[in-house]
Design a protein around this ligand. Structure first.
Ligand code: 2F8
Ligand code: CA
Length: 134
């Protein structure tokens, strides 16, 4: 699939993606996306997971279980069906409340998601659906 970019946004499979230049908490990252008319990225295909890996970045994704511990939801309210958690994740490591989803640094693995505290400062990826009419 061809990728086009425009003012920092990259187009792939019916969405534009924006990668931030600095780190922020999950909530502040999400608010930045909302202000851009987008939201944190929702990964709902294997192709999109592969595409995310190409950024080779440690980033927030639009996934959280902050409403109900252990029930992971995307920012659009859809439940998590297909997931790409790293081995032994999500784990709320050492009893820390880890309610937000990130792509870990070892993006070489197909399964590279981790749950981490939402207050960690990560860069983030926004996604805006944009279907080009035919
Ligand atoms: O080993 C997995 C574990 O690695 C880190 O904790 C040592 C992550 N925490 C942070 O990056 C802050 C955990 O979320 C992860 O489960
Ligand atoms: Ca974890």
């Amino acid at each position: 699939m061809a990728e086009y970019s425009h003012h920092g946004w990259v187009y792939f499979n019916d969405s534009f993606y924006y990668i931030s230049a600095w780190g922020n908490s999950w909530q502040d990252s999400r608010e930045d996306c909302l202000q851009r008319g987008a939201d944190l990225v929702i990964i709902n295909s294997k192709e999109e997971q592969e595409f995310m890996r190409q950024f080779k970045k440690h980033v927030w994704i639009g996934l959280t279980d902050r409403e109900t511990e252990g029930v992971w939801e995307w920012v659009d309210g859809t439940p998590l069906t297909t997931s790409y958690w790293d081995a032994n994740e999500p784990n709320s490591h050492e009893g820390i409340d880890e309610d937000c989803g990130e792509i870990k640094l070892h993006y070489d693995d197909e399964n590279n998601w981790n749950d981490v505290s939402c207050t960690v400062q990560n860069i983030w990826i926004c996604e805006k659906k944009f279907t080009l009419t035919q």
